[in-house]
Design a protein around this ligand. Structure first.
Ligand code: LM2
Ligand code: CA
Length: 494
């Protein structure tokens, strides 16, 4: 079946910048030649509740230039009509018509992003339909009832688990409940049935015909892995599958069951990283595939937070500003998994939808001129994480280090850092006091531009826009302010 696939991307300004850096390097310093540069990194960005017209613009203005390979969108299908963001997670039909845009807008987005070298991964809500007990009419005008979606699904197409009084999942230690009862009253599709599988498959095929590269499988844990595998097996070879399987202690359904046909979101990664940063103590992870409670590195999608965890369990979110930059820097510098950066909007009510017009259409928003992190974001304002200079810098770092091994970390003064052998060094200071840390490295001696604070100046060509740090005598030395991250790589000497 479809193994893990690198989404093809176009040449970017990033590569141009790296090539330019190398040209300068050839004139005197010991940086690698362009052909030694690793390719574009496989890094995604979740653009939560952002309309298709805006994602198209982001691809051109921020994502392509910063080197993102793909976007994870919110669900594109017809949904219930409500103001909360989670209306998107209650499908009424598989018409590609939603408060985020029309079918034509979706298709146009895919084409424009493709042209910018950015692939689209759509969030596929296929475990369930609505959780509404009374009849209603969906966003695109389709009438529905809880267990009746005319022309799509009828009563026979749903599980009624009969294991709990209201058919809701009550006990996560029961595999049968988790997979055949209802997740918060959401009508649970009988994904074991060929008819249901065929209907879901036709929806996914339709999105593929519009050019998407793959899917996030929403609530995958709530479908038997065999059911998801059977649906995926009918899709074209190379379709990218990212299964959302929230790892739960003591639960029988594990992410590992879903690695046979695609990647899975590894929640343990964020659960380790967040508290470590919040407490100011970062340690080396056990190396490579030996990390306990982690799927193998080549199957893992890693993240600092997502739309659910920023409203729940996440210890570090965009609200934390500098600490969030540190978290993302460590994730993007790491050699474990495929990272997906998260970009949403500020809220104080966890249910609050993105700013919308009077009809409920989510308003367009642009991050083209954004920087960040800001000290605070008023409710509804987009965080624009994809445009933060530090994030773009860390994508360049990831491109430059390629698959160079991650070496043992160093801790000093409350700071922590590690080398990607011979290619780059990252250092972070999650504490409240300035810190100095020295990290052994085989990088050539010289002065390097810190990519977190701006990297090499593309106009001047021989200077840094932000800080610079030196490598001397086999040691990279970082003097760090409180709550700072820094990263240097062989493609950005000053
Ligand atoms: C997911 N992954 O497995 C999504 O990432 C998550 O955001 C979804 O929950 C969930 N699974 C279902 O797709 C969200 C939201 C819930 C919301 C549901 C359905 O976090 O709060 O539930 O979407 O819209 C809401 C109400 C809940 C109610 C339910 C059904 O909060 O109280 O249950 O709708 O009407 C009676
Ligand atoms: Ca289910």
């Amino acid at each position: 079946m479809s193994g893990r696939r690198r989404i093809p991307g176009a040449m970017r300004m990033l590569s141009a910048a790296l090539a330019a850096a190398s040209l300068v390097a050839m004139a005197g310093c010991a940086a690698p030649a362009p052909d030694e540069q690793a390719g574009e990194p496989d890094v995604g960005i979740q653009l939560f509740q952002l309309p298709w017209v805006s994602i198209a613009e982001e691809c051109e203005e921020t994502l392509g230039p910063n080197g993102f390979a793909w976007v994870l969108t919110s669900p594109p299908n017809e949904h219930i009509v409500r103001d909360e963001w989670w209306a998107s997670y209650q499908p009424v039909s598989y018409a590609v018509e939603s408060r985020l845009g029309t079918r034509d807008e979706f298709a146009d987005m895919v084409a424009r992003c493709d042209a910018a070298g950015v692939a689209i991964i759509a969030d596929a809500v296929i475990n369930h339909m609505t959780g509404q007990d009374s009849p209603g009419v969906g966003w695109a005008g389709s009438a529905y009832e809880h267990y009746d979606y005319p022309g799509i699904y009828g009563d026979d197409d749903f599980h009624r688990c009969g294991l709990t009084p209201n058919d809701d999942i009550a006990d996560y230690t029961s595999r049968e409940q988790v997979q055949t009862c209802e997740l918060v009253n959401l009508a649970d599709l009988d994904t074991a049935s060929d008819r249901v599988r065929g209907t879901i498959g036709a929806y996914l095929d339709d999105l593929l015909s519009l050019g998407v590269a793959g899917f996030r499988i929403d609530a995958a844990k709530h479908m038997a892995a065999d059911d998801v595998a059977a649906i995926v097996a009918e899709l074209p070879e190379g379709t990218r599958i990212l299964s959302e399987v929230i790892r739960g202690g003591g639960e029988p359904v594990t992410p590992e069951e879903y690695t046979g046909f695609g990647d899975v979101f590894e929640f343990t990664y964020a659960r380790d990283l967040g508290p470590a940063l919040a407490s100011g103590i970062v340690n080396d992870p056990p190396q490579g595939d030996e990390r306990p409670q982690h799927v193998p590195a080549d199957r893992a999608i890693v993240f600092v937070d997502n739309h659910d965890t920023e409203r729940g369990e996440a210890d570090v979110t965009a609200r934390d500003g500098a600490l969030y930059v540190i978290a993302n820097a460590l994730m993007l510098a790491d050699d474990y998994g495929t990272p997906v950066v998260y970009s949403g909007y500020a809220f104080s009510d966890r249910d609050a939808g993105a700013p919308a017009d009077a009809d409920g259409r989510v308003l367009a928003a642009s991050c083209a001129d954004a920087t960040g992190p800001a000290a605070s974001y008023p409710d509804g304002e987009r965080t624009c994480v994809q445009a933060w200079p530090a994030i773009g810098g860390m994508l360049a770092f990831r491109a430059a280090v390629g698959d160079a091994p991650r070496l043992d970390g160093v801790r000093a003064d409350g700071a922590y850092g590690f080398e990607r052998e011979g290619r780059g060094v990252v250092a972070v200071n999650p504490g409240g006091l300035a810190a100095t840390i020295e990290i052994p490295t085989t990088m050539p001696a010289g002065e390097y531009c810190d990519v977190v604070t701006g990297g090499r100046d593309p106009v001047e060509g021989d200077g840094c826009r932000g800080l610079a740090f030196t490598v001397d005598d086999g040691v990279a030395r970082f003097a760090l302010e409180p709550l700072a991250a820094a990263a240097i790589h062989v493609g950005a000497q000053s």
